[in-house]
Every structure is written in structure tokens, then in C-alpha cells.
Ligand binder design. Structure first.
Ligand SMILES: CC1(C)O[C@@H]2[C@H](O1)[C@@H](Cn1cc(CCCCC[C@@H]3SC[C@@H]4NC(=O)N[C@@H]43)nn1)O[C@H]2n1cnc2c(N)ncnc21
Length: 322
């Protein structure tokens, strides 16, 4: 039945009109009994499927959980990111992405409704409530020297920032190098890991966590006062499949720029979307900590900070307390 389930979901999702059981059975060369069984199974999985006698079946609502068939329909026309591995629960999409990185030479994404061990930088916990956010890892395969990786996050953060601002009309700012804030609350975190050897980069595994539909109360204690979601800011629920589709297109565009343009081409735009200027903040990198003001971002993506004693410091990646 799983073979027909995939095809029936595809057929129903692609056709916005009612399709009779007989027509589906003939088209997919299966029995009407099989069609009925698959429809019952899909309803159990959370699909709302209307059935009207003499008209047939029609998907009225797709489940809030990620459905691999539907995700792959949404991605199929993309040039680059047109394959997805979809789970309902993983420890971390980063771990699953790395487990599959050598299965193919293709680019792909990994999505999960929930992560039990979502992680950020320095192995810090990333809270990934079931079906409340976009918990995704993107596997890309640029043919670039390792040095070029220092600006990858800057291009990707612009893709995320512009989707939230331009598509959902929510003002947000990038907190260099790994977060996006709405006001003083974090709505998104991302981190970039890579697999490389002496010949250069083999694969990038970019993990992105975006809070879509949590209510303020649903955040755990540690994040209660410093996290937000698009739903909280927007006042209405975010439709995850549409968000995913728009975000992947934005990532593809900025990734193409990353491969073909120097960071200097987008530097002014990036700076205008960043929130760390004209503030005295604490910068920590490894065992180095300074209090100072960021004054510029270099073409290699490093941040220049002037400390209170007037010294200049360069950070490749720092923890910033805002
Ligand atoms: C106590 C404090 C300072 O506040 C917490 C936590 O520490 C800090 C943790 N963090 C975040 C980042 C940026 C990289 C995150 C990548 C996540 C994606 S999800 C898909 C992929 N799979 C995967 O395993 N990882 C990636 N670096 N460190 O963020 C806050 N924090 C934790 N969860 C959340 C949340 N849901 N919303 C807002 N802030 C959060």
C-alpha cells in the first residue's frame, strides 16, 4: 500500500479538484479498495480529505507534521535543493544529514518535526518543540577553498532575514554571526559545519532553526524571556510548507551569490540588516573576552571591534551578549 499511498498523495495534492475513487484507481492501476484503504490511512495521519458522492476525494487540509511526499512536491522544481529526507523525530537534523552526506553527490535538506537533541554552537541546546518550528539541515557541495567558508553564514543569514522581513513583513535583524532577532528576542539560530580535506570543502551542513508557531508560554524556562516566534510577532499561524518553499528559494539565490560574488558586494546590505552597531557589547571568542563596539565587517567576514581602551580586535566568530 505504501507504493500507492505515495502516488495517491501526489495525485490528490497536485489536483485541486475532486477525483473519484474509480478515476484514481484506473489512473494508478490499482483497485478501488486500495484507494479507500489509502484514504483511510491518510486520514489517520492527519490529512483532512473531503469525500463527496458522485464527485470523489479532495485534500482539504494537510497535516501540520512534515509529509515527505508533500515536501518533495514543494521542492521538485528547485534547481538545487529538490530532495528532502523527512522525519517526525530525530536527535538532530545535523546528525542525520551527516549520516547521509556520502550517500549521494546531490544537495539535499533534512527536516524533522521535532529534535530531541537539537544543538547550537558550543554544543548548547536548541529547543525544538514538535511541529512548532522549522528544524532543518541543508547539505550543499560548493567547489571552493576552505578560506571562502568564512563568509557563507553571512549570505545565508541574509536569505533568512529577507524572508521574514519581505514575505512576512516582520522587522528582524541579524545578530552576527549566528542568530536573527526580532527586537531583543531570538527567533532563529543557524550554524554551519563543513566536511573538508586538503583539496577543499566536500560538503557544507548548514543547520537552521526558526521558531514558527510557539506561543510565549510554550518556550522552556531558559528561553522564556529571550525567544520569540513568527506567530507571536505576526499574530497569526505560519503555514510551514509555504515558509519552507519561500525560504529554500531565498537560500538558493543567496548561495548562488556566495559562489559567484565577493562578500563586499552585499556588505552594506548585510550591515544595514545587523543589530550590533553603535552599541557597547561583550565579545567572547575562546578565552578572549572584550567589551567594545563593532565598527566594521571585513571582506572575509571577520568583525572588527574597538575595545574601550581603543585597541582594534578581529573576530572570526564570537559569542555576543546583547
Ligand atoms: C541559553 C542560551 C544562551 O539561549 C539558548 C541557547 O543558549 C542558544 C543555543 N544556540 C543557538 C545557536 C545558533 C545555532 C542553532 C542551530 C539550530 C538548528 S535547528 C536544525 C539544526 N539541527 C540542530 O541540531 N541544530 C540546527 N547557537 N547556540 O540559543 C538559545 N535557544 C535555544 N533554543 C532556542 C529557540 N528555540 N529559540 C530561541 N533561542 C533558543
Amino acid at each position: 500500500m505504501s507504493k500507492y499511498k505515495h502516488e495517491i498523495v501526489n495525485y490528490l495534492y497536485r489536483n485541486d479538484e475532486y477525483l473519484s475513487g474509480q478515476h484514481i484507481a484506473e489512473t494508478l492501476n490499482c483497485s478501488r479498495v486500495t484507494v479507500k484503504k489509502v484514504i483511510d490511512q491518510l486520514r489517520k495521519e492527519g490529512f483532512e480529505i473531503e469525500s463527496i458522492s458522485n464527485k470523489g476525494y479532495k485534500i482539504a487540509k494537510i497535516p501540520t507534521t512534515w509529509q515527505e511526499d508533500i515536501v518533495n512536491i514543494e521542492l521538485k522544481d528547485n534547481l538545487l535543493l529538490n530532495r528532502a529526507i523527512v522525519q517526525t523525530q530525530v536527535d538532530s537534523t545535523q546528525i542525520l544529514a551527516k549520516a547521509h552526506v556520502n550517500d549521494t553527490d546531490n544537495h539535499f535538506i533534512v527536516l524533522s518535526d521535532e529534535q530531541t537533541k537539537g544543538r547550537g554552537r558550543f554544543n548548547r541546546e536548541w529547543s525544538s518543540l514538535k511541529s512548532k518550528g522549522l528544524w532543518m539541515s541543508v547539505v550543499l557541495r560548493p567547489d571552493i577553498p576552505i578560506q571562502k567558508m568564512s563568509t557563507f553564514n553571512l549570505f545565508i543569514s541574509l536569505a533568512i532575514q529577507e524572508v521574514i522581513e519581505q514575505h512576512y513583513h516582520i522587522q528582524c535583524k541579524i545578530k552576527w554571526p549566528n542568530d536573527i532577532y526580532i527586537g531583543n528576542k531570538k527567533v532563529c539560530g543557524f550554524l554551519t559545519e563543513m566536511i573538508a580535506d586538503t583539496d577543499g570543502v566536500n560538503a557544507i551542513i548548514c543547520g537552521i532553526g526558526i521558531n514558527l508557531n510557539q506561543t510565549q508560554e510554550e518556550f522552556d524556562k531558559v528561553n522564556q524571556s529571550r525567544a520569540t516566534s513568527l506567530n507571536i510577532e505576526n499574530g497569526k499561524p505560519i503555514e510551514p510548507y509555504q515558509f519552507l518553499s519561500v525560504l529554500i528559494k531565498a537560500i538558493e539565490q543567496r548561495y548562488d551569490q556566495f559562489l559567484n560574488l565577493p562578500f563586499s558586494e552585499i556588505k552594506e546590505l548585510y550591515k544595514s540588516k545587523s543589530m550590533i552597531w553603535n552599541k557597547t557589547l561583550t565579545y567572547t571568542e575562546g578565552n578572549k573576552q572584550i567589551v567594545g563596539r563593532a565598527i566594521d565587517i571585513q571582506d572575509n567576514g571577520f568583525l572588527t571591534v574597538i575595545s574601550e581602551d581603543g585597541d582594534l580586535h578581529q573576530f572570526m566568530s564570537a559569542d555576543i551578549e546583547i
